[in-house]
Design a protein around this ligand. Structure first.
Ligand code: ATP
Length: 384
C-alpha cells in the first residue's frame, strides 16, 4: 500500500499513539490514510470493523448496505443508535463515523451486492471486508475479489463462536487461497441457521470484528503475519482462540466468472422445494382452521427458548431435530391434519419434507412462521 504524502498537524496529534509504535510509525499511518477499504454490510461485524477502521484513520471507507436499522439490531450493531431505527444502515453508519473522525471519506453504496455490481465496486478499493450473514453473498464476495484481484478479510459469527480468515488468491507470496478452498460448497439451505434463527451473543461481534479490523490494519501497513492461509476460530464460552492452516483444494475449479449465487447456494427452490411450497398455509387460513370445528395438530418446531419468548395458543412444541431424527414421528397423528410452524418458515419446511417422506400426507407448514402470524393475526404478540 502506497503511503499518503503527509500527515497534517491535527492528524499527528490524533494518531500519536500509532505513530510511536515501532513498525507502524508515520509511514504506517500514511498508508492507512491512503487506503480505500470497502465493507460489505454495516451489521454485527460491519459495526466494529467500521468504527475501528475509522478511528484508526483509514482514509476512505466504502459501505455496501441496502437495509434499514431495526430495534433487534441494537443488541450488537453498535454503530447504530436508538434514533437510527428505521433509517438506512449506511447513512446511520456514515453519521457515526463522522462523529469519530471527520478525516475519513465515507462512500455509501446503498445497494445489495450482486453479480452485476460486485467486481466494478471492488475495483475502486484496495481491500474488502466481508461482514455479511448469508452464504450467497459470501461466495459472491469471494469470486468477485478473485476476479478483481483484491484481498479480503472474511468473518462469521454464530451464537458463541466466530471464524476469521484472509483470502487473496493473487497474494504475491503465493500463499493466497480463496474461500472455496475452505468451503468448496455451500451447506444445504436451512442446515446452518442464521443469527436471526439461532441467535448470536452481541459482544461476539466486537471480538470477531476487532480481529477483522486488526487484519485490515496489518495488511494495509504491512506489519505482522496476516491470517492469509490460516483460519482463526474463536470460542467465547471456552475463551479460546486457535488457528488452523488452510490448504489449497486440489479439486477446486478456478473462478473465471460470477454465477447465480442464490441457485449455487440452493436458495432458489428446486422442484422438490416447489412441491413443498404448495403445502403451505397462510396465517389467515390457519386462524380460520383453528376457529373451525376441525381437529388439527399444531406443531411448533422451534427451540424451547424461542417458545418461552412467544408461541401460538394451542400449539405443541416438538423441536425440529426430534422430527429430523425420526424420534418424534410416533407422537404425530396419522389421520389428522398437521400444521408445522417455526419462526419464519425455513425450519418448518425442512421438518415438513421429513413428514411427507414418512407418509404424513395431510401435513402443511405455516408461511412466514410465528413472525407472519404476529404480523397478520395477532399484533399483540412480541416479535423477536
Ligand atoms: N448482498 C448484500 N449486500 C449488502 N449488504 C448485505 C448483503 N447481504 C447481507 N448484507 C448486510 O450484512 C449485514 C449483516 O449483519 P447481521 O449479520 O448483523 O444481520 P442482520 O440482517 O442485520 O440481522 P438479523 O438477520 O438478525 O436481523 C446486514 O446489515 C445485511 O443487510
Amino acid at each position: 500500500m502506497e503511503p499518503a504524502a503527509d500527515l497534517t498537524r491535527e492528524e499527528v496529534a490524533r494518531y500519536s499513539r500509532h505513530l510511536i509504535i515501532p513498525g507502524v510509525g508515520v509511514v504506517g499511518q500514511r498508508r492507512l490514510k491512503n487506503a480505500r477499504v470497502l465493507c460489505i454490510g454495516a451489521g454485527g461485524l460491519g459495526s466494529p470493523v467500521l468504527l475501528y477502521l475509522a478511528a484508526a484513520g483509514v482514509g476512505t471507507l466504502g459501505i455496501v448496505e441496502f437495509d434499514d436499522v431495526e430495534s433487534s439490531n441494537l443488541q450488537r450493531q453498535v454503530i447504530h443508535g436508538i434514533a437510527d431505527v428505521g433509517r438506512p444502515k449506511g447513512e446511520s453508519a456514515r453519521d457515526t463515523i463522522r462523529g469519530i473522525n471527520d478525516n475519513v471519506e465515507v462512500r455509501l453504496h446503498p445497494v445489495r451486492l450482486d453479480p452485476g455490481n460486485a467486481v466494478a465496486l471492488f475495483e475502486q478499493y484496495d481491500l474488502i471486508l466481508d461482514g455479511t450473514d448469508n452464504f450467497a453473498t459470501r461466495y459472491l464476495v469471494n469470486d468477485a475479489a478473485v476476479l478483481a484481484g483484491k484481498p479480503y478479510v472474511w468473518g462469521s459469527i454464530f451464537r458463541f463462536e466466530g471464524q476469521v480468515s484472509v483470502f487473496w488468491e493473487a497474494a504475491p507470496d503465493g500463499r493466497g487461497l480463496n474461500y472455496r478452498d475452505l468451503y468448496p460448497e455451500a451447506p444445504p439451505p436451512g442446515m446452518v441457521p442464521s443469527c436471526a434463527e439461532g441467535g448470536v451473543l452481541g459482544v461476539l461481534c466486537a471480538s470477531v470484528g476487532s480481529i477483522m479490523a486488526t487484519e485490515a490494519v496489518k495488511l494495509i501497513t504491512g506489519i505482522g503475519e496476516s491470517l492469509l492461509g490460516r483460519l482463526m476460530i474463536y470460542d467465547a464460552l471456552a475463551m479460546s482462540y486457535r488457528t488452523v492452516t488452510l490448504r489449497r483444494d486440489p479439486g477446486r475449479v478456478p473462478v473465471t466468472e460470477l454465477v447465480d449465487y442464490e441457485s449455487f447456494c440452493g436458495v432458489v427452490p428446486d422442484d422438490g422445494a416447489a412441491a413443498l411450497a404448495e403445502s403451505t398455509i397462510t396465517p389467515t387460513e390457519l386462524r380460520r382452521l383453528l376457529e373451525s370445528d376441525r381437529e388439527i395438530e399444531l406443531i411448533d418446531v422451534r427451540e424451547p427458548v424461542e417458545w418461552d419468548i412467544v408461541h401460538i395458543e394451542g400449539a405443541r412444541l416438538i423441536p425440529k431435530d426430534r422430527i429430523l431424527s425420526g424420534e418424534a414421528l410416533a407422537e404425530l397423528p396419522q389421520h389428522r391434519p398437521i400444521v408445522l410452524h417455526c419462526k419464519t418458515g425455513i425450519r418448518s419446511a425442512e421438518a415438513l419434507a421429513v413428514l411427507k417422506e414418512a407418509g404424513f400426507a395431510d401435513a402443511t407448514h405455516l408461511q412466514g412462521g410465528v413472525l407472519a402470524w404476529a404480523q397478520q393475526v395477532d399484533p399483540s404478540l412480541p416479535v423477536y
